[in-house]
Design a protein around this ligand. Structure first.
Ligand code: DOR
Ligand code: ZN
Length: 347
């Protein structure tokens, strides 16, 4: 197959940052995606509906003219989130979810939950009003190996959580393990997961063998090959519980190529080509539309997009490091490599 036309996709997990960073990140996401779930891990985090509304406006100001792009806003769950804020979120037209970061798990997670029990009254209301909980699923205990943090989170936190709140809608974000694919597959329909391009393409050897590749470093960290294979199987299976979420996360080049490098892969400009490559290798291009354009809207009770995107089999050299935050640079994942697909909006 050399050409593929899909309903325009959405990105169900992205980091756009704020301020001048939006000048780079917003045009990139809006190039191919009609909507995106925008993560709230700013400094300070987006914890209120009023804060989300103001952030949404700052994003919309950077959408290029003539382009349609709808940011879907998310509140950041803290130990002190007021259940009344959840009612406000549910009544709003633009807040679509609440994000749970265990405190200390990743970038800007210092205000995250220190104990899941601190959020029980909030989760009760979310369950009642049907607002999805998006979960960064890693324990932060220092005695748990970084490669085991997701699998441990499932047993210690996630399984008890979905038992305690049996109707709570949950997205297990950027899953990285076979255990996560099995958990989500066996769970009821209101439990879903996003999968990033980097976790479909790379395993941990790709991160570490022959020299550390800082631009492949993200959290949760890449796992061994058996897990990558389970993720590819889940993404390409047609199972509506699995959908596209890039976790595209910009960090300036010098902060990644550092003695204490930041976590995050910047994939927004090339995400559709990256996913197409994975689906083609699996002989599953016919499942790409479900993963990229149908399963996410279905979970979020939104309509699929009206426009279409065309994927063409054509070499695309990733040759551009982007301007970022004034005189800084932002390197996309796979800079200097050639992709075999090219994406463009057609209508
Ligand atoms: O690699 C990551 N980068 N994982 C996260 O969970 C956060 C993200 C970021 O904000 O940079
Ligand atoms: Zn993320």
């Amino acid at each position: 197959m050399n050409e593929l036309t899909l309903i325009q996709p959405d990105d169900w997990h992205i980091h756009l940052r704020d301020g001048d960073a939006l000048k780079t990140t917003v045009p990139h996401v809006a190039q191919h995606f009609a909507r995106a779930i925008v993560m709230p891990n700013l400094t300070p985090p987006v914890t209120t509906v009023a804060g989300a509304e103001a952030y949404r406006q700052r994003i919309l100001e950077q959408v290029p003219s003539g382009v349609n792009f709808e940011p879907l806003m998310v509140l950041y769950l803290t130990d002190h989130t007021d259940p009344a804020e959840i009612h406000l979120a549910a009544e709003s037209t633009f807040v679509h979810a609440v994000k749970l970061y265990p405190a200390g798990a990743t970038t800007n997670s210092a205000s995250g939950l220190t104990d899941i029990a601190n959020a029980y009254s909030v989760l009760e209301v979310m369950q009642e009003v049907g607002l999805p909980l998006l979960i960064h699923g890693e324990v932060t205990d220092s005695d748990i190996d970084v490669f085991d943090r997701e699998a441990t989170f499932i047993e210690r936190t996630l399984r008890p959580l979905v038992e305690k709140f049996p109707k709570l809608r949950v997205v297990f974000e950027h899953i990285t393990t076979r255990e996560a694919t099995e958990f989500v597959t066996a769970a009821p329909d209101h439990i879903a997961a996003t999968i990033t391009p980097q976790h479909l393409i790379y395993n941990r050897s790709d991160l570490l063998v022959g020299g550390i590749k800082p631009h492949r470093y993200c959290l949760p960290v890449l796992k061994r090959e058996t897990h990558r294979l389970a993720l590819v199987e889940a993404a390409t299976s047609g199972n509506p519980k699995f959908f596209l979420g890039t976790d595209s996360a910009p960090h300036a080049k010098h902060t990644k190529e550092s003695s204490c490098g930041c976590a995050g892969c910047y994939t927004a400009p090339h995400a559709m080509a990256l996913y197409a490559q994975v689906f083609e290798a699996q002989g599953a291009l016919d499942q790409l539309e479900a993963f990229a354009s149908l399963n996410g809207p279905k979970f979020y009770n939104l309509k699929p997009n009206a426009h279409q995107i065309r994927l063409t089999k054509a070499d695309q050299l990733i040759d551009q490091s982007f301007d970022f935050l004034g005189d800084q640079k932002l390197d996309p994942l796979m800079l200097g490599e050639t992709l075999s697909w090219h994406a463009e909006l057609i209508s």
